[in-house]
Design a protein around this ligand. Structure first.
Ligand code: NAD
Ligand code: MN
Length: 510
């Protein structure tokens, strides 16, 4: 081991020992978890969701024909936040008809530059409302406020700004061709980035002149309905975007609807496969963004502290509810113990708790079902011989929580190395040679993203050219920009969202 590494390790250990995790019992409920005590820092903006949310169809809010509503809860305290309308078959019909009418009406006839103006207007209103939207996102989904505030909302606005710019420049995206809209787009999104996924789907579709019916995930519909209000406020013509809440049956009715020309889905591989089957043999265009089992590769020559920090962010960010989460860590053998020591010390400082506290690093798991899935996979990891490193932070009695967890001694055949956990759980494996690292990193049914950590530029290029992953970050992780395409290989789906590539999903070229 190089001497510098040994010295740094020692320094970390000393810091950790001089700050024992003493948290007075009386304050644990306010700010549990983490090695150091922080005073509570609650978000100052208080937003109360409405008691009830309706469907947004043809530019207006209306009750579901069946009169059925379902609750959305706050996963941090299990309390119901609002009643959400459940769209049934006739509501889906109405939404698709409204989208068709808008396509054949004012929206389809509008000059592209005018379409762009609407997108700019929407982006600006999102920016103006971003604090309130961030609070609602955190309440309904459980993610820490510092993430919804500093990541989700700025990225949501940035995607509308970015695609606004493309609306009247499609001839430069597809030189020598004429780009026509595909038509009515049925879009189904998951609960991990509710507003951002809506932006990824809606913004490029509108820039290319399509109309949309969007179905948010059942546990996180509130911000989608606030986005609908923003569309109203921006005077977006009626029916250009319709938002119908509901569960899997609503999603299925939408993607199977004969009036839909294009289907875009982000979510589980299981549902993605069902959708691929349902769409096969129809004229519908399809993009699927499914799961991932991303690998980080840390080479011996990497800046270890920086790498560990990137790995920590890459898996514990947003409770690991990230399809590109770096859930497998491959460490070159010579630095194995140094990396494990740093991981252990660093997870002890992560604060798990109240998502509305500005100091919280890890918020609530989105649902009970997701929590149970994470727990059962971690149990399987331990049963198969992995060693579990967890922080000893106390978790509140109410709500869905999982402490940041590292499983060492994992081998390629273990379930935790193969299956998507979608939670704050990192599996650690080792390798000897760069060839072995690439081979083992590629040994998964997924291929969405990866991270490479080394000081040698040539090694970065050599490694990334062999990794079967749609996005590879080098010496950083989870960096997003609306101009960068995102998407995967193999069971991670097909098609690319973002950037100029993302436009291709929403045009027919003549
Ligand atoms: P899911 O795939 O069931 O849900 C995603 C969306 O699809 C939701 O809006 C849901 O209502 C809808 N849906 C469900 N069944 C449908 C159907 N038959 N036809 C059309 N739409 C349908 O995902 P989930 O159950 O919420 O999560 C399960 C697992 O999926 C997670 O544990 C995680 O591994 C993975 N996941 C991946 C992503 C991602 O970004 N790739 C996001 C969320 C979940
Ligand atoms: Mn909820």
């Amino acid at each position: 081991m190089p001497r510098t590494t040994a010295r740094r390790t020692k320094a970390v250990a000393v810091v950790a020992e001089s700050h024992p995790p003493v948290v007075p019992k009386s304050r644990r409920a306010l700010n549990f978890g983490g090695k150091w005590q922080y005073a509570p820092a609650p978000e100052a903006v208080v937003v109360k969701p409405d008691a009830q949310y309706e469907l947004f169809i043809g530019g207006a809010f209306r009750e579901p024909e069946s009169g059925v509503y379902f609750p959305s809860i706050n996963p941090a305290n299990e309390k119901p936040l609002a009643k959400i309308a459940h769209a049934g078959g006739s509501d889906v019909d109405a939404a698709v008809a409204a989208a068709r009418k808008a396509l054949n009406g004012p929206w389809g006839k509008m000059p592209a530059a005018e379409r762009g103006k609407y997108l700019y207007r929407i982006a600006r209103i999102i920016q103006e409302r971003s604090r309130e939207l961030a609070v609602l996102e955190t309440l309904d989904g459980g993610k820490p406020i510092k993430e919804s505030r500093d990541f989700d909302l700025p990225q949501t606005a940035a995607n509308f700004f970015y695609y606004a710019g493309w609306a009247d420049k499609l001839q430069y995206a597809f030189p020598g061709r004429t780009a026509r809209p595909v038509g009515v787009c049925g879009q189904v999104i998951p609960w991990n980035f509710p507003l951002l996924m809506a932006a990824w789907k809606i913004a490029p579709a509108l820039a290319c002149g399509n109309t949309v019916v969007l179905k948010p995930a059942e546990s996180t519909s509130i911000t989608a309905m606030h986005l609908a209000r923003i569309f109203q406020e921006a005077d977006l013509p009626a029916g250009v975007v319709n938002i119908i809440s509901g569960a899997g049956d609503t999603g299925r009715a939408l993607v199977e609807h004969p009036g839909v020309d294009k289907v875009a889905f982000t979510g589980s591989t299981e549902v993605g496969k069902l959708i691929a089957k349902a769409v096969a043999g129809t004229k519908k265009k399809l993009t699927l963004e499914l799961g991932g089992k991303a690998a980080h590769i840390i080479f011996e020559d990497a800046a270890i502290d920086q790498a560990v920090e990137g790995v920590i962010g890459g898996i514990f960010f947003n409770q690991g509810h990230v399809c590109c989460a770096g859930s497998r860590l491959f460490v070159q053998e010579g630095i194995y113990s140094a990396v494990i020591r740093r991981l252990r010390d660093r997870i002890a400082t992560l604060r798990v708790g109240d998502p509305l506290d500005k100091n919280t690093d890890i918020g609530a798991i989105n649902s009970r079902a997701q929590l149970e899935k994470i727990q059962s996979l971690v149990d399987a990891g331990v049963a198969e011989g992995g060693q579990l490193l967890q922080t000893s932070c106390s978790l509140p009695a109410k709500g869905y929580w999982f402490p940041p967890s590292v499983i060492t001694g994992v081998t390629a055949s273990h379930r935790v190395a193969q299956e998507e956990i979608f939670g704050p759980v990192l599996s650690v494996l080792t390798f000897r040679t760069p060839e072995e690292a690439v081979e083992r990193a590629n040994n998964t049914p997924y291929g969405l993203s990866a991270g490479v950590w080394t000081e040698k530029g040539s090694k970065i290029f050599k490694t990334i050219s062999k990794l079967r992953a749609g996005v590879v970050w080098a010496n950083t992780y989870n960096k997003f920009d609306p101009a960068s395409p995102f998407g995967g290989y193999k069971e991670s789906g097909f098609g690319r969202e973002g950037g100029v590539h993302g436009l291709a999903n929403y045009v027919r070229l003549e």
